[in-house]
Design a binder for this molecule. Structure first.
Ligand code: HEM
Length: 445
């Protein structure tokens, strides 16, 4: 057992401790014992071979007022029933219909952007993915409601940015932060329950995720209660919005620093799309674009760490993991391990060109987790990231603002602490497309 996890940088802590002590190390966090795992096989042992011996970690559990019994936090048979009910809503064929929404919202964002303007790319990506998830979750006809929910959830996210505090400050204590959290939750619930009631009354499947969850029925004919639908809607919103925004933000930041890679990406987009909007059918052909995303999520995994609590005694690599203790592992440190990746700190999308993915141990690359609790929004997220990347990269490139610090913050997701400030550079003159003048008037170049 080594010393406690200090309130400093968890990424450096994870990487440092495994570098010093090896693939499994016991640490103490206050009175709580945690085993940090750094070998893909040990991670597979927990997530795939023995998932029933573990439940989700304490930070997520501490946020029950927000997530309720949603997919991310529920356990056992209850979780399994919910997962079965929700799975068809995330089926590839079902989410295919969202591709045009994703592109349309991205184009709307680009209509606001002007050449030479400075913006925070992370805020822009957060706004975009928030709009997309609100729309696909709740449907176009309730756009205003979706925006209200979105705004309250944004507030929740701000509060949630410091999720670790919930380990030390219980959510029932009437602190100012907890009161703000409670107010935001109540506001969301009010709107959500109204949307649910409207959807139940109309009985119409408008193609959105919530309609699908509402219509889902178990073998015995039972569906989800309103409370359950509320929990799943909030969970999907929170799990699906900031993660995807982070993936995109880090990708833009990496591309801006690697002009040769950026040029190769532009070339692929030019050859395959020639300036038109990407569609779902294009995605399998955008091979390099996909490698860029894979590599970006290797270096900057939006879900940077995973925690579980043992509910039975277990043994990993000769170490006794007693019931009640924690296990923890970090995508950040495993995906930067030189045993699996040559020059692991370098951004090299080309490394994925061969059969690396097949050769790697299964859990040497796991941005979406694995086993039964693997991300249900995996395909949704990959489709969204690729479509947004291909739409934006054809129209703009970014020049990073000198002196602005870009620092990863390992909150519940891995976000840029101070955002990513960049100057927008229109690619219109390069691609020979019509450019926008300062006033926003379209002119032919
Ligand atoms: C790049 C984007 C994303 C990343 C990196 C990501 C990552 C993850 C990871 C690592 C887990 C497993 C957590 C654990 O084992 O404790 C997870 C679970 C989950 N994710 Fe994602 N996610 C992303 C996008 C999305 C999207 C777009 C949605 C929904 C639209 C979503 C919904 C969920 C849900 C509901 C769970 C819980 C699943 C369950 O336990 O049954 N995620 N995600």
């Amino acid at each position: 057992m080594t010393g406690p996890l200090k309130n400093g940088d968890p990424l450096a802590y994870f990487s440092g401790i495994v570098h010093k002590y090896g693939d499994i190390v016991g640490v103490r966090i206050l009175t709580f014992r945690v085993f940090i795992l750094n070998h893909p096989d040990y991670i597979e042992d927990v997530l795939v071979n023995h998932p029933r011996k573990f439940i989700k970690g304490r930070i997520l559990k501490a946020n029950k007022r927000v997530f309720g019994q949603g997919l991310l936090t529920s356990e056992g048979d209850f979780w399994l029933r919910q997962r079965r009910l929700a799975q068809p809503a995330f089926h590839r064929a079902r989410i295919a219909g969202y591709a045009s929404t994703m592109v349309e919202y991205t184009e709307r964002l680009l209509d606001e952007w002007r050449d030479g303007e400075e913006r925070d790319l992370h805020s822009e990506m957060m706004r975009l993915t928030m709009q997309i998830v609100s729309k696909t979750l709740f449907d176009a006809n309730v756009e205003r409601d979706a925006q209200d929910v979105g705004r309250s959830l944004e507030r929740l996210l701000e509060i949630g940015a410091n999720f670790r505090r919930t380990l030390f400050v219980p959510q029932w204590l009437p602190t100012p932060t907890n009161i703000r959290l409670e107010l935001a939750v109540r506001q969301i619930e009010k709107v959500l329950y109204r949307i649910i009631a409207q959807k139940r009354a109309s009985g119409r499947d408008a193609g959105d995720l919530l309609s699908m969850l509402l219509a889902a029925q178990d073998d015995d004919g039972s569906g989800m209660t309103d409370k359950q639908l509320r929990d799943e809607a909030i969970t999907i919103f929170l799990a699906g919005h900031e993660t995807t925004a982070n993936a995109l933000s880090w990708t833009w930041w990496l591309l801006a620093q690697n002009p040769a890679i950026e040029a190769k990406l532009h070339e692929e987009l030019r050859t395959l799309l020639g300036g038109r909007a990407p569609s779902l059918d294009d995605l399998p052909k955008l091979v390099y674009t996909n490698h860029v995303i894979t590599e970006s999520m290797r270096l900057y995994p939006p879900a940077w760490g995973t925690a579980r609590t043992a509910i039975e005694d277990h043994e990993i690599a000769g170490y006794k993991v007693p019931r009640g203790s924690g296990v923890s592992f970090s995508q950040w440190s495993v995906q930067r391990d030189p045993r699996w990746y040559e020059a692991p700190e370098e951004f090299r999308p080309e490394r994925w060109e061969g059969d690396l993915m097949k050769r790697l141990p299964r859990f040497a690359y796991f941005p979406f987790g694995g086993g039964p609790r693997q991300c249900i929004g995996n395909s949704f997220a990959l489709m969204e990231t690729a479509l947004i990347l291909a739409t934006i990269a054809q129209k703009f490139r970014f020049r990073l603002v000198a002196g602005h610090p870009v620092v990863p913050l390992a909150s519940i997701t891995l976000r840029p602490r101070y955002g990513i400030r960049a100057t927008l550079e229109s690619r219109a003159t390069e691609t020979g497309e019509p450019a926008y003048m300062e006033s926003g008037t379209r002119v032919d170049s």
